[in-house]
Design a protein around this ligand. Sequence first.
Ligand code: BGP
Length: 466
Amino acid sequence: METENYFPKDFLWGASMSAFQSEGAIADDGRKLSVADIRIKKMNQQFHTTDTSTATDFYHRYKEDIKLMAECGLRSFRFSFSWSRIFPDGNGKVNKKGVQFYDNVIDELIKYNIKPIVTLLHFDLPQSLIDQYQGFYSRESIQDFLNYAKFCFNHFGDRIPYWLTINEQDVLANIPFFNGLDNLSQSIQASHHMNIANALTMKLYHSLDLKGKIGPCLSYPTRYPASTDPRDQFLAMNLDDLGIFYLIDTLIYGKYPAYYINHLKSKGIMFKTKKEDSSLLKNVKPDFLAINWYTSEVVGQYLDDSQVDDYQGPELPRQNRSEKGVAQYYKNPYTEYGDYNWNIDGVGLRLALRKIYERYHLPLMITENGLALKEKIDHGKIHDQKRIKYLNQMIQSMSLAIKDGVKLFSYNPWSFTDVLSSSQGMDKRYGLVFIDRTNTDLKVLKRIPKDSFYWYQKCIHENGSI
Ligand code: BGP
């Protein structure tokens, strides 16, 4: 079905990945471990998935992967630097070989006219900072993040048009172990420090004579109230506010909303601040907002103590589950679901784009969006029709959002190649390119473009006319 096309000619069609989910080579050339390496190793021992030691071997195969990106027609590539590859201890001495690797990746992208979009921190804080002072729980992390960012801006800045500060701080605030921490009161304190780090990093960037842009990167699922019961309506709004909007408000307006502070107080959690914090948080002007959007949720009041699942994280199926004392999540009968029970809801994306744009009036970039499937090679090919359906809906919705007036300028679906899932091993595949390995058998890590790769290639070629 052909839809009206509102994409501007210079729209940045891209794709997305992150360091710990693709690079491997975790102890090579001076790199030290990150909290992601440790966390995923523990999970591997428990659930028999796999660890980060090889992932997709992007460290050694970036040229092959970037060549495929060029073949697909990508105009941008969103990836992350591994902080512990550049500063193995998080602070102290810079690792020249790590820097060289990112120089090579950036130069290779530029060779094909693909714009690098770089995330400074994507779930992989250097473990050494946890050992030194408990990472972002401690205030010292702010200066270390700033020094790391400053080095990156000075060294790579002339070649990077878009920087993202911290990937999904909303997730890090709620899931302590993704940031190497143990409990919620630590991660809430850490989130306050990340807010200051974010603010100072953006101010620092803007003080330098560089031509790129910088913004934060948050994740958002569109939430529908389960019924017209006013309490469900309120709950959906409240989860939005406590999930993401309090953070963007703080980053943009430099002040925590009252409802957030009172929510924490009611939970008996409060972060420590210093007198200077409110001025540190003020006067930050992100150039854009980066949004990771996958799915929508149907939420209703928490009802039944007897049916409680133990909620362990956002990776659980977004249907028929409950989060104790907070909400029930229901399956949406109007949308189709993928193999991991996340749904396909293009309208939900349009809704999110409108809501976020009208709230902040900042240009938007989609830095993650995709559908996880269980896949097998079928006579040398991967027929991922459901993913094509998903992408099709998303792209139609983006076009309509642009027609509505949303300033959306880049789309980077997750993920370019299959990558290691942040919590469920290699079987959970999102890629446009299949990586032929399993959790237990690395095989030869052959890259095989899926049907969706060719579909997206055509879509980019037609600038979004699908
Ligand atoms: C986002 C993360 C990504 C990626 C994605 C899919 O939250 O930024 O790193 O992993 O979710 O999640 P998962 O791998 O758990 O399926």
